[in-house]
Design a protein around this ligand. Structure first.
Ligand code: 13P
Ligand code: SF4
Length: 311
């Protein structure tokens, strides 16, 4: 028997155990579109940050296993305080979310009195607590344009803020944060990919730099990217986001070809959780993420508003 077949058998065995435990514990497993293939395949639902937040707020299950990164589990805890939210690997964080903290945001707010704050969901719960409305890449433009007044402070992703500012008349004050992986994608990377695949369509995530987005045919959240090939005649797509998305893209569009815009688009944190971690955290009910009430209550309205702006 070859190594691949053995590996597939092992994945099938572990997946069965995950599914059995989810049933036993009255749990639901949510996975972000960047998670490893076997994690996405074992989950009840995969999606982008907005879809997963909505799903987490609506599930009837008592336990939510969040296969993603820490801020996603925190968001689920903010929306569902009565449920047990589990992040199977404690150290699955988000470098962009670490580029802001409540003290720094409070200081910036003092410098911009009365200016509403829109915070990308990729941020710590304590930052959300100081926020007027949260947003994701799927609804950022709607959220920004829903804000009263002519100025907005947007944190922590400078690229997402620039993306929104190009589609809004508001003056947007930018925070100097970014996703290190998306921000590393350059126009030269896109040119190199286009040279290899001249007829390909380019999709880029709004976390990419403006000069990269300018070269793309579409700037989309991860779920936007999953749907986009349905309305395109193109056969080949250059994918300007984290490489985990290639798995659901290939599954949903088996007759199309998807190539990463760069090998640099590999988020270490999104690859931490394994099936064994999911099993162990469910067996022992470990990895619980609970946002304390003094942070959760002020963060709740900003997160709830975000879930109302869907496409
Ligand atoms: P979306 O799936 O919401 O597009 O988010 C991308 C992301 O960076 C999550 O970490
Ligand atoms: Fe954070 Fe970027 Fe990783 Fe998403 S891909 S979790 S924004 S570091």
């Amino acid at each position: 028997m070859d190594a691949k077949a053995t590996n597939q058998e092992e994945i099938a065995r572990l997946t069965e155990r995950v599914r059995q435990l989810l049933k036993e514990k009255n749990a639901v497993m949510l996975a972000h579109n960047y998670q490893p293939p076997e994690i996405q395949d074992a989950a009840d639902m995969c999606g982008d940050s907005l879809e997963l937040s909505i799903k987490a707020s609506k599930t009837g299950a008592q336990v939510i296993v969040f296969a993603g990164v820490h801020f996603m589990a925190e968001t689920a805890s903010i929306l569902s305080p009565q449920k047990t939210v589990i992040l199977p690997r404690e150290n699955a964080g988000c470098p962009m979310a670490d580029m802001i903290d409540p003290q720094a945001l409070a200081k910036r707010k003092e410098e911009l009195p009365g200016v509403p704050v829109v915070t990308y969901v990729n941020s710590p719960a304590a930052v959300k607590a100081l926020t007027d409305v949260c947003c994701t890449s799927a609804n950022v433009v709607k959220v920004i344009n829903s804000i009263e007044g002519s100025e907005v402070l947007m944190a922590p992703d400078k690229n997402l803020a620039m993306f929104a500012s190009r589609q809004s008349d508001k003056k947007i004050h930018i925070w100097e944060g970014c996703c290190p992986y998306h921000d590393a994608l350059t126009p030269q990377d896109i040119l190199a990919a286009k040279e290899k695949y001249p007829n390909a369509v380019v999709m880029a995530h709004p976390e990419c730099r403006p000069e990269v987005i300018d070269m793309a045919d579409a700037a989309l959240s991860t779920s936007g990217m999953l749907a986009y090939p349905d309305s395109s005649d193109a056969e080949v797509f250059i994918v300007g986001t984290e490489v985990g998305i290639l798995h659901p893209l290939k599954k949903r569009h088996p007759n199309k070809i998807f190539v990463p815009a760069s090998e640099k688009l590999l988020c270490q944190d999104m690859k931490r959780i394994t099936l064994l971690d999911v099993i162990s955290s469910l067996e022992n009910m470990t990895g619980v993420v609970k946002v304390p009430e003094e942070i959760r209550i002020p963060a709740l309205s900003a997160v709830e508003k975000m879930t109302q702006y869907v496409n």
